[in-house]
Design a protein around this ligand. Structure first.
Ligand code: ATP
Ligand code: MG
Length: 197
């Protein structure tokens, strides 16, 4: 909001090639301040032109609500990863989000693609997890990533040590699943996949 050049706020991490622009809880104030800004949904997109070509991939982590911060991310993004917990209301949430993407495409960002729907917190022992997975695949076919992220205690522990999973426990099932996901995303990128709604 204060026009700080992005290059000045990019931090290095303990992982080579991985950089971070952190957030903090006061960012919620931005979604209020943005209301007054002309072309308020374009702020992040414009800002990102400063660094867009410096990185192979830029991941924008969004809040769970569709506020102005999320809208800014959807306007700035090339594609969207839709994480879905294997819970009863998951399907409904995904359909609503895909409708939102169609609206954003019409109004602000015609090229916005669905990178993939990602099943998370998957527990093979429960019927519910399997049911949600099968329903998502029936409904959304190829748009669902082949990779499924299991419920994995090491993934839950890693943040309390302030570490990404690849430093905390690179061998655990959670880490190898995220590695598979990264490979899928890179494959899409090389094939130039831009899935529709
Ligand atoms: N696959 C997993 N297995 C076990 N625990 C997980 C897994 N994924 C995330 N968690 C844990 O669940 C909690 C919420 O995860 P996370 O912050 O990634 O969710 P989120 O959807 O981004 O939440 P928010 O909407 O608040 O941003 C964290 O404590 C995290 O460590
Ligand atoms: Mg989050």
């Amino acid at each position: 909001m204060q026009n700080v050049p992005l290059k000045e706020v990019v931090l290095n991490t303990g992982v080579e090639g991985l950089h971070l622009i952190p957030s903090e809880k006061n960012l919620v104030g931005a979604s209020v301040e943005l209301v007054e800004v002309p072309e308020r949904e374009q702020v992040l997109r414009r800002k990102m032109t400063e660094i867009r070509n410096e990185f192979n991939f830029i991941l924008l982590d969004c809040p769970p609500s569709l506020d102005l911060l999320t809208l800014n991310a959807l306007v700035a993004a090339d594609s969207v990863i839709v994480p879905v917990q294997c819970e009863y209301f998951a399907l409904e949430g995904v359909s609503e989000l895909l409708d939102t993407l169609i609206r954003v495409r019409r109004s602000h960002n015609a090229k916005l693609a669905v990178e993939g729907i990602l099943l998370t917190m998957y527990d093979d022992r429960t019927n519910l997890s399997r049911q949600v997975r099968d329903d998502l695949r029936d409904l959304f076919g190829d748009q669902v990533f082949s990779t499924v992220i299991p419920r994995n205690v090491r993934l839950a522990e890693a943040p309390s040590f302030g570490k990404p999973i690849f430093l905390y426990d690179p061998e655990c099932k959670g880490a190898t699943s995220y590695l598979d996901l990264a490979k899928e995303v890179i494959q899409h990128d090389q094939k130039g996949v831009g899935a529709g709604p």
